[in-house]
Design a binder for this molecule. Structure first.
Ligand code: RIB
Ligand code: CA
Length: 332
């Protein structure tokens, strides 16, 4: 893996990572899902990231479909060396709710992805997360979650020491002014609000990349044209996924261009200048008659010193799509 120099600041706790002379090791807990697939591609295609493993959680589709999708995306990228560990099949308390209207029956409708040739890795996703974090040096591993937070919550409950041992937790979920699955809630938080509450109430540094940010990550025609010019199997597959995603978002949420949520978490880790953040307390509503799953973000004035959470507010759209395009080209 080529080295790269990246600097990043986990401003949520003021922890400033010294300039990193080597790739940042991450675990991506996800529910592919079209935009999760884009996050996997960006993580694999940029030298600033070392994707140690993918863990899967039921969300956009059943965990069985999600896990196969993750393995197929790794096969598409010729990176089946990255292990995929299957995780929670359902939320802690709520019933399973999938997003077939957005991601289709397979969870990755729109293209025929190659069959994976490597089996699912042995061991539950939660065990992989715990074992990897505990075996690494303190502050080494970054967790990225782009699906419901069930696995992350279970990991923190089973092995509380991981909370003080990771570098940062970056979550695609929630929103302070935006929602998508109910008038008050974003899908990942809505699916498992109790898990989200457990996660956000732990003291680890969290960067919440919510809909206020990801609704800026629109797959515009101009952005897609840059990817089309690559002219590879991967770029064509990516555009096929985006075409399905575009139709689904137009029909269901009246977006002209689809918001590609999940890779915004990876872009933030690659270049924090692309994602503006501000520290703010975040609470998760778990009992509201109309507001369950809401992320209640207090943006009033300065955040208290002990706040361990920050929320993403502004995206450099051109910078984001430059990273996506470069990653697809690098893997082609
Ligand atoms: O609300 C958008 C989020 O929910 C994305 O992560 C999407 O993949 C789904 O998991
Ligand atoms: Ca997702």
């Amino acid at each position: 893996m080529s080295t790269s120099t990246t600097t990043s600041t986990t401003a949520a706790t003021g922890r400033v990572d010294a300039s990193r002379a080597r790739p940042r090791p991450i675990i991506l807990d996800c529910d592919p899902g079209h935009d999760d697939a884009a996050a996997i591609i960006l993580a694999l295609g940029n030298p600033a990231i070392d994707l140690l493993g993918v863990t899967t959680v039921g969300g956009n589709q059943t965990v069985e479909k999600i896990t196969r999708n993750a393995r197929s995306v790794l096969r598409l990228c010729n990176r089946e060396d990255v292990p995929v560990h299957q995780g929670a099949s359902r939320p802690l308390l709520h019933d399973v709710e999938v997003a077939a209207q957005i991601h289709g029956e397979s969870g990755l409708d729109g293209v025929e992805l190659p069959d994976p040739t490597v089996p699912v890795a042995p061991g539950h996703a939660v065990s992989f997360i715990i074992d990897t974090v505990m075996a690494a040096a303190p502050g080494e591993i970054t967790l990225v979650a782009t699906g419901p937070l069930t696995n992350i919550a279970l990991a923190a409950r089973i092995e509380p020491r991981i909370v003080g041992r990771i570098a940062e937790l970056v979550v695609m979920g929630g929103g302070f002014h935006e929602a998508n699955w109910t008038p008050a809630a974003e899908f990942n938080i809505w699916v498992d609000p109790e898990a989200a509450r457990i996660v956000f109430e732990e003291s680890w540094p969290i960067t919440m990349v919510g809909l206020d940010l990801t609704h800026q990550a629109l797959a515009t025609a101009e952005a897609e044209e840059g990817i089309r010019r690559i002219g590879s199997e991967l770029s064509e597959a990516f555009l096929g996924l985006m075409a399905f995603f575009r139709r689904a978002y137009k029909e269901n949420q009246d977006f002209d261009d689809p918001p590609v949520h999940d890779p915004c978490t990876i872009a933030y880790l690659i270049d924090p200048a692309i994602v503006r953040t501000r520290r703010a307390p975040v609470r998760i509503e778990t009992h509201g008659q109309y507001t369950t799953g809401a992320t209640v973000v207090d943006l009033r004035g300065q955040a208290p010193e002990d706040v361990h959470t920050q929320v993403a507010t502004e995206l450099d759209h051109a910078g984001f799509w430059r990273l996506m395009t470069e990653a697809i080209a690098a893997l082609s």
